[in-house]
Design a protein around this ligand. Structure first.
Ligand code: PAF
Length: 283
């Protein structure tokens, strides 16, 4: 595996591969890799002849009181994992390489960042869209894989690629779970042993809402959401949101209907650790 830290070099490598008729798969990450990321890597490898993984903890997507400083950065472990699982190139830029000191532009996202994580993380998705837009312009991938665990991010990036005419196909990476249902996340490593045993309650709640919502009864579904919130609070979780939204617009659901797609999404704090998860319901 080649490790490249400069934009000029990654562009050369991409150009070389493409000139010889190859295709580029891209998996952008912030490192602290787990099996979820490795499944994105496998998906990219199955869909392109060269896979580039990036590791960049993007400062512009963290709020002032968020975990940018303490975000895990086990770079050596990540490199070993990527080598073992057959990544072709690791793009590992510094902050200085990615951002000039003065920045005069930022993205405005209309509607799609107002709910769910966007509500309590103002500016987060603007930062994500900014860096992914830059990464797409640098790497120019044919396919890029993003995990469905970050469903709002996934939907926003899908739209961004479409609206800004990035010549890339966005592939969804299915959420990889621990045997007890907890979605894999780089932040799970913050959990104490006791918090780790409690953490799957979020997934259990999403499942109960999912099952009721599948019956298309919105009143009963809202009642299950309310009961789940009580249950989470009783177990010491702090709830950011537990919501049912339309798949397309990410707006709250007024009524459930057949032949449609909905998202049941939750974000909770277990201690100081923020966990998110979701299920997609196709009726
Ligand atoms: O999902 C992530 O790890 C990040 O938000 C991403 C897409 C790599 C952008 O920094």
């Amino acid at each position: 595996m080649e490790i490249i830290t400069s934009i000029a070099e990654i562009r050369k490598a991409v150009h070389r591969h493409r000139s010889s008729g190859g295709t580029i798969g891209f998996v952008p990450t912030m490192g602290a890799l787990h099996n979820g990321h490795l499944s994105l890597l496998a998906q990219s490898k199955a869909n392109a002849s060269l896979t580039i993984v990036s590791i960049f903890v993007n400062p512009t997507q963290f709020g002032p009181n968020e975990d940018f400083e303490r975000y895990p950065r086990p770079v050596e472990e990540d490199i070993a994992l990527l080598k073992h699982h057959g990544a072709d190139i690791l793009f590992l830029p510094s902050t200085e390489e990615m951002y000039t000191r003065d920045r005069y532009f930022h993205f405005e996202i209309i509607g799609m960042a107002d709910n769910l994580c966007g509500k309590t993380r103002p500016g987060h998705f603007q930062g994500v869209v900014q860096v992914v837009n830059k990464l797409f312009n640098i790497v120019r991938p044919d396919v890029a894989v993003f995990g469905l665990k970050d469903i709002q991010q996934y939907r926003i990036i899908e739209r961004m690629a479409e609206e800004f005419n990035h010549p890339v196909t966005i592939l969804p990476g299915v959420t990889v779970r621990e045997p007890d249902g907890l979605a894999m996340s780089s932040r799970n490593r913050y959990l104490t042993a006791e918090q780790r045993t409690q953490a799957p309650l979020l997934y259990q709640c999403l499942r109960s809402v999912f099952e009721m919502a599948a019956s298309l009864n919105i009143e009963k579904t809202n009642a299950v959401i309310a009961a789940c919130k009580q249950d989470l609070i009783r177990n010491g979780f702090k709830i950011d949101y537990l919501d049912l939204v339309e798949y397309g617009s990410l707006q709250p659901v007024e009524f459930l209907r057949a032949n449609a797609r909905f998202i049941i999404a939750g974000a909770v704090f277990v201690g100081k650790t923020r966990l998110i998860d979701n299920l997609i319901l196709e009726t």
